[in-house]
Design a protein around this ligand. Structure first.
Ligand code: TYD
Length: 341
């Protein structure tokens, strides 16, 4: 199969590209705009790989997308390209609508025109909104509450509409919070791990009792690949680990693994509209034969070890554009913060 992975230089995308290439018959074309979180360092090991090709470009560029699909004889598309960070979406929502909604619509149109055999839209558990109790099923109404999750919900529903309206074989995956090597250090786990390594404060939002279900990136990629191969067109599939943890507990686990003091923790002003809990019912994907292979404990240990062993990777990022972002997002919060617990 010849597969177009968009956003393949990003975190989940780069792991997915490598995972798909492990299948000997698969060819992968990676279309990535290389904006702030797209990073070719994530794919260095694939330089010169016979079944891999990189195309630099934006999913909103319809002419480029059409040309790539045609010239590369693409049979399937997996859309991993997205603006994904909730805090950035609160500051600059427009870019999220453009990439996540408009970009997805461009890909869907290209897929429809070219008669693509499979289209996987990589969505998120955040489309269900805040879930105070119980677990979200795929049939639940979407109730996103941030510009990020609203833009992903728009793309998710648009993709499914292409199945209903045009019979395009669309599949949607709704993964839970993902972590692992190569994740851009704006996200909670890599930010806290790298800050702790450098003995910098850890900015914990609000009371730190918000809960997320933590899925290791390898498990997430295996789930996406399974849906690509065996999912039923027109269906959405939840992908969660069942490893719900309050942020405080994750913070303590990180500090424990690095042998660092709790005094690094700062309780800072909460994120506006902060969803307190996400939780997924994963019965549907289990019927396809997927369950996560990694426990949270072993995956976090491997992740912390990767950041410790690959300081060059994240120090390069943190010394660039990231510094201005960090000051804007955390400067005042940290100056006003209370320390300890
Ligand atoms: P994040 O990685 O941004 O993922 P999402 O908001 O999409 O779930 O955040 C995970 C959790 O960690 C979320 O409850 C917000 C919290 N958090 C902090 O407490 N401090 C931070 O600096 C960040 C980035 C996140």
């Amino acid at each position: 199969m010849r597969i177009l992975v968009t956003g393949g230089a990003g975190f989940i995308g780069s792991h997915l590209v490598r995972h798909l290439l492990a299948e000997r018959e698969t060819h992968v074309v990676n279309l990535d705009a290389l904006r702030y979180s797209g990073n070719l360092d994530n794919l260095k090991d694939l330089d010169g790989h016979a079944r891999y090709r990189f195309v630099h470009g934006d999913i909103c560029d319809a002419a480029l997308v059409d040309r790539t699909v045609r010239e590369q004889r693409i049979e399937a598309i997996v859309n991993c390209a997205a603006e994904t960070h909730v805090d950035r979406s609160i500051v600059e929502p427009g870019g999220f609508v453009r990439t996540d909604v408009v970009g997805t619509s461009v890909l869907l149109e290209a897929a429809r025109t070219a008669g693509i055999r499979r289209f996987v839209q990589v969505s998120t558990d955040e489309v269900y909104g805040d879930v105070p109790s119980g677990r979200s099923k795929e049939s639940d109404p979407l109730a996103p509450r941030s510009p990020y999750s609203a833009s992903k919900a728009g793309a998710d529903l648009l993709a499914l509409s292409y199945f209903t309206t045009y019979g395009l074989p669309v599949l949607v995956t709704r993964g839970s919070n993902t972590f692992g090597p190569n994740q851009y250090p704006e996200k909670f786990i890599p930010l806290f791990v790298t800050n702790a390594i450098e003995d910098q404060p850890l900015p914990l939002y609000g009371d730190g009792l918000q809960q997320r279900d933590w899925l290791y990136v390898q498990d997430h990629c295996e789930g996406i690949a399974l849906v690509l191969g065996k999912g039923e067109p027109g269906q959405a599939y939840n992908l969660g680990a069942g490893e719900e943890r309050p942020n405080r507990e994750v913070t303590e686990a990180i500090l424990g693994l690095l042998g660092k003091s709790r005094s690094l923790v700062r309780h800072v002003t909460d994120r506006p509209g902060h969803d307190r809990r996400y939780a997924l019912d994963c019965g549907k994907i289990a019927t396809l034969g997927w369950t996560p292979r990694f426990s949270f404990g072993e995956a976090l240990k491997a992740t912390v070890a990767w950041y410790r062993d690959n300081a060059g990777w994240w120090q390069k990022i943190k010394s660039g554009e990231f510094r201005a972002y960090y000051e804007k997002m955390y400067g005042a919060r940290l100056r006003d913060a209370q320390g300890g617990r």
